[in-house]
Design a protein around this ligand. Structure first.
Ligand code: PEP
Length: 243
C-alpha cells in the first residue's frame, strides 16, 4: 500500500545501452548513501537495461521501474512486454500513459486503463502520467483535460497501489518548468478529484537540481518524475538529495 510516499523517479526514456547504464550506476550509487530512508528512489529504464540495473540495486535504495506494460499476460503481441515478465526481473514500478506514448504510439485513456489494471493485477505499482498541452492550457482546459484522463484512466483501478504524475506536456523536455506554486495548485485539484486524498502524486517536467527544493517544499507534491536530469548521475543524485 502506497500513501503519500516521497518517490523520486527517473525516466530514462530511450536512452542508455547496458554499458552506459553500468557507467551511470558506478557514479550514482556512491552519491546516494545518505538519502533519507523515507525517500524512494526509482529508476524507470529501457527493458534492455533492467538486468544490469537490477544487479546493482544498492542495499535496496534503488527500486526498479519500467516504462510500459501490456494488458495481457502473454499472447501474440509482437514487441510487447507483460507484467509477469517485468516482476520476474525485479521490477516494482511501471510508467503508464506517458505523454510520449500518447503522442507517438496511439496510447489512449482506454489502453491506459487496461495497462493500469494489468500492472496492478501483476503486482506492479503503475505511475500514471496525466497533463495538458500548451494549447489546452491556453484554452483554459487544464481541469477538463486532466479530469477526462483521470476519470477514464482510473476506472476500476486501486488508488492505494498507484502513483500519479502530473506532467504538463509543455514543461516536458523543454527546460520550461511549471511554476512550483502552479504545479501545487493543479495537483491539489487532482487530489480533490480522487475518492482517496492519500494518493501519491508527483510533479514532472524539467525538474533539475536547481528547482527541486522549491518543488518538494509544496504541500501537495509528494515526489517527482524526472526525465532529462535523470540521465546524468550527478544531476539525479542532486535531485534525490534535495533539502
Ligand atoms: C518525463 O519524461 O517524464 C519528463 C518529465 O521529462 P523532463 O524531466 O526531461 O522534462
Amino acid at each position: 500500500e502506497i500513501v503519500r510516499k516521497v518517490i523520486i523517479a527517473g525516466n530514462w526514456k530511450m536512452y542508455k545501452t547496458q554499458g552506459e547504464a553500468a557507467e551511470f550506476l558506478m557514479e550514482f550509487i556512491p552519491e546516494i548513501d545518505n538519502v533519507p530512508e523515507d525517500r524512494e528512489v526509482v529508476l524507470c529504464v529501457p527493458f534492455t537495461d533492467l538486468t544490469i540495473v537490477n544487479k546493482s540495486l544498492h542495499g535496496n535504495r534503488i527500486r526498479l521501474g519500467a516504462q510500459n506494460v501490456h494488458w495481457e499476460d502473454c499472447g501474440a503481441y509482437t514487441g510487447e512486454i507483460s507484467a509477469s515478465m517485468l516482476t520476474e526481473m525485479g521490477v516494482r514500478y511501471v510508467i503508464v500513459g506517458h505523454s510520449e506514448r500518447r503522442q507517438y504510439f496511439g496510447e489512449t485513456d482506454e489502453t491506459v486503463n487496461l495497462r493500469l489494471k494489468a500492472a496492478q493485477n501483476g503486482g506492479l505499482i503503475p505511475i500514471l502520467c496525466v497533463g495538458e498541452t500548451k494549447q489546452q492550457r491556453d484554452a483554459g482546459a487544464v481541469e477538463q483535460t486532466i479530469f477526462a484522463q483521470l476519470d477514464r484512466g482510473l476506472e476500476g483501478v486501486d488508488l492505494r497501489r498507484l502513483v500519479i504524475a502530473y506532467e504538463p506536456i509543455w514543461a516536458i523536455g523543454t527546460g520550461e518548468t511549471c511554476e512550483a506554486i502552479e504545479a501545487n495548485r493543479v495537483i491539489g485539484i487532482i487530489r480533490d478529484r480522487l475518492s482517496d486524498p492519500q494518493v501519491t502524486i508527483q510533479y514532472g517536467g524539467s525538474v533539475k537540481p536547481s528547482n527541486i527544493d522549491e518543488i518538494m517544499a509544496q504541500p501537495q507534491i509528494d515526489g517527482v518524475l524526472v526525465g532529462g536530469a535523470s540521465l546524468a548521475a550527478g544531476d539525479f543524485a542532486g535531485i534525490v538529495n534535495y533539502k
